[in-house]
Ligand binder design. Structure first.
Ligand code: GDP
Ligand code: CA
Length: 312
């Protein structure tokens, strides 16, 4: 059994590779829900949806987010009405949020709904939200617009402000008093291998670790935990991971991520571009393997997945 910790798109790519080299029914992905939002009355779980769409082969390869073959009739009409349009919801994607919101309203749990949506899309990997409790990433901006609140919701920072603003701090609202979703701790305790996917360490893996009980469960399994660095040659391939690391006082490098992960990761896979960092990473008490980590196509994705499953 393999358990993976997952954010959005970076994680989704590795999970697709892992599902090709391991029986997908033997994989459990524990997915960040700190990015979740309610918009137009709909509950939207961007990371769960990114992982589901990718594993279903429905991910949009051109945009790098959303659903393939998407149309925008609702979004265009909403814009014409003067509705909220900064968070783009395609027609196909909207069906997911309508389904989820209806089922949650009927009293279904987020775990149930996540399973239902995955099964309906033909996904055989087991997908779990990190928690069924609302835990929301809140971002404090270093230079808020005049008269505006310094603290904003994650998607305000990430999408509305295009993460092109300096961050002073962030917190995971609701984490204290929350619990891991049913099955999460068991999936960590019982896995033969635990994989920390290449996701944003601060805003994708950070929220998962903030749920009481998860970090200590991982520390207890440290020797079985393998992580892939989401930072290559000092930079993120996409998104604000590199900026966030630096703004929050960490080094924006595989070594900086290694320092954050050392308490609970036994083996760290870094890119060939970061070979020179390997001795310093090993000095943190982790095994460091140097492999190609950029998943640009099916072959590189499968090769990285193979390296991960044979890492420890
Ligand atoms: P988001 O939720 O969609 O923002 O994405 P994630 O939380 O999954 O994190 C994005 C991170 O994944 C960035 O730091 C990227 O550098 C990293 N990433 C994306 N694709 C790859 C890849 O092919 N290889 C590696 N090593 N990292 C990747
Ligand atoms: Ca995300």
């Amino acid at each position: 059994m393999l358990t993976a910790l997952a954010g959005g798109v970076g994680a989704a790519k590795l999970l697709v590779g892992l599902a090709e080299v391991v029986d997908p029914t033997e994989i459990t992905a524990v997915i960040n829900t700190g990015d979740d939002l309610v918009l137009h009355g709909l509950t939207i779980c961007p990371d769960i949806d990114s992982v589901t769409y990718a594993l279903a082969g429905l991910d949009n390869k051109e945009t790098g987010w959303g659903v393939t073959g998407e149309t925008w009739t609702v979004a265009e009409n909403l814009r014409a009405l003067g509705g909220i349009s900064w968070f783009q919801l395609g027609d196909r994607d909207l069906a997911t949020h309508l389904y989820r919101t209806q089922r949650l309203g009927e009293g279904a749990t987020l775990t149930d709904v996540t399973t239902e949506l995955a099964v309906a899309r033909g996904v055989r990997t087991r997908l779990l939200p990190m928690s069924e409790d609302p835990v929301r990433t809140r971002v404090t901006l270093a230079r808020p617009a005049e008269g505006a609140s310094a603290e904003v919701a994650f998607q305000d920072y990430f999408v509305r402000l295009s993460h092109d603003v300096e961050v002073a701090s962030l917190r995971f609202d609701g984490a204290e008093g929350s619990s891991p979703a049913p099955g999460v701790l068991e999936a960590i305790e019982q896995a033969d291998l635990i994989v920390c996917c290449p996701s944003n360490p601060i805003v994708s893996i950070g929220p998962i670790l903030s749920i009481p009980g998860i970090a200590s469960a991982l520390e207890a399994r440290r020797e079985a935990v393998v992580a892939v660095s989401p930072i290559i040659a000092g930079s993120a391939l996409r998104g604000p991971a590199d900026r966030l690391l630096a703004e929050l006082g960490h080094e924006s490098s595989a070594l900086g991520v290694g320092r954050l992960y050392a308490p609970w990761v036994g083996t760290f896979l870094v890119d060939e571009a970061d070979e020179a960092l390997a001795p310093k990473i090993e000095a943190l008490g982790m095994r460091c393997l140097v492999v190609p980590t950029v998943m640009s196509d099916a072959a590189t994705r499968a090769a990285l997945a193979k390296a991960v499953v044979s890492a420890c």
